[in-house]
Design a protein around this ligand. Structure first.
Ligand code: DAS
Length: 356
């Protein structure tokens, strides 16, 4: 164990030395753009079409050509990993993307990676990568709220800022980042908060990490939760992820969704409860029955901010449930999927929700 620690420290020291030397030598960083689709690659019928356009039309080479200024901040190469609207993102897409990112970042000549992505599920892909990327090098996920054909499209400046951050020393070791609207957010805490506006990505209460201003990233905070090289998750040998679903709660809800998801083979279930993860009396028996069948139950909240407290609105110790801490339901689902690749022990899984 001590030897592993020494080896890790020495590797980190060497990496930092090489990266600093490269930057000190004034070499532009090498940044790879992995394109996946989305509005940033979208096209509309007219220059004022900002809704009702088609996402995932423009290829990575054209995205790069549209921002010649990229050459001033990095040596950029592009790969079209897939071309989809991100509401169609799947576990298989995530595994493909994560493996490609890890392969690229293991190369000494790659300093950082940018992923262009639809905004609908950026927060999920970014958090998945935050948990499985095995490098301290910057990984930046970026999208746009206006298609490339629109007046004042936000894609080009977002892409420029993302490449700038991905090639920066300041972003090393910060975990996976979402860079949009001149703001730098942590993958764990950022969410899409508005359906159409360009300022949509926010970590409403936990706050952003910094800004991109004057062609420079400015960091003011860092995440306190473990990520990337410090997580216990490794997807290199995975070809699928355990089925985990989300049951949404509202006034008058019954057990139908919970029962249907369990019958369809869910190995884990996120209960998107009201308030502090409250369990309606009509749903509780279905969740307990699911737990008895071996399904892992996580109490989350639809509220969007704040801690779901263990043994608060339900006796989690007695029910053998897990609580999501501050993760929203869609991010709790990602952590539970990865947790289930390691264990079914609810105490271990609860530790993971307090760690990542
Ligand atoms: N459909 C949306 C998506 O691909 C478009 C976007 O906002 O990027 O996420």
């Amino acid at each position: 164990m001590f030897l592993k620690f020494i080896r890790t420290c020495f590797a980190l020291f060497l990496f930092t030395l090489c990266a600093a030397a490269a930057h000190a030598a004034g070499r532009l960083p090498n940044v790879v753009i992995l394109a996946t689709g989305g509005t940033i690659a979208g096209t509309g019928a007219t220059s004022t079409t900002t809704v009702g356009y088609t996402a995932a039309k423009v290829g990575v080479d054209d995205l790069i050509k549209a921002v010649p200024e990229l050459k001033q901040v990095a040596h950029v190469t592009g790969e079209q990993v897939f071309q989809i609207a991100s509401e169609n993102m799947s576990n298989e897409h995530w595994l493909t993307l994560a493996k490609r990112v890890n392969t690229l970042l293991a190369r000494p000549d790659v300093d950082g990676v940018v992923i262009t992505h639809g905004t609908d599920t950026i927060e999920e892909t970014a958090y998945f990568l935050d948990l499985v990327v095995k490098s301290r090098k910057p990984v930046v996920v970026v999208g746009a709220m206006r298609p490339s054909t629109a007046i004042s499209a936000d894609g080009p400046i977002n892409l420029y800022n993302a490449v700038l951050v991905a090639g920066s020393q300041e972003a090393v070791g910060k975990g996976v980042l979402v860079v949009m609207n001149d703001q730098i957010n942590a993958a764990r805490d950022v969410s899409k908060t508005n359906t159409t506006t360009t300022d949509t990505f926010k970590a409403t209460e936990l706050g952003l990490l910094g800004y991109v201003v004057g062609n420079q990233p400015h960091f003011y905070r860092a995440s306190t939760r473990k990520h990337t090289v410090d997580t216990e998750f490794d997807v290199s040998n995975l070809t699928s992820l355990p089925q985990v679903d989300i049951a949404y709660t509202y006034a008058n809800v019954g057990p139908t969704a919970v029962n249907a998801l369990v019958a369809a083979g869910a190995k884990g279930l996120i209960h998107a409860g009201v308030g502090d993860g409250s369990l309606p009396i009509k749903v509780r028996p279905a969740l307990s029955a699911a737990r008895e069948k071996g399904v892992i139950i996580v109490r989350a909240s639809r509220v969007g901010q704040g801690i779901v407290a263990r043994n608060g609105e339900a006796n989690d110790d007695q029910l053998d449930f897990v609580v999501a801490d501050t993760l929203n339901p869609q991010k709790a689902r990602i952590l539970l999927m990865l947790a289930l690749t390691k264990t079914n022990d609810t105490k271990e899984i609860q530790r993971m929700f307090y760690t990542y």
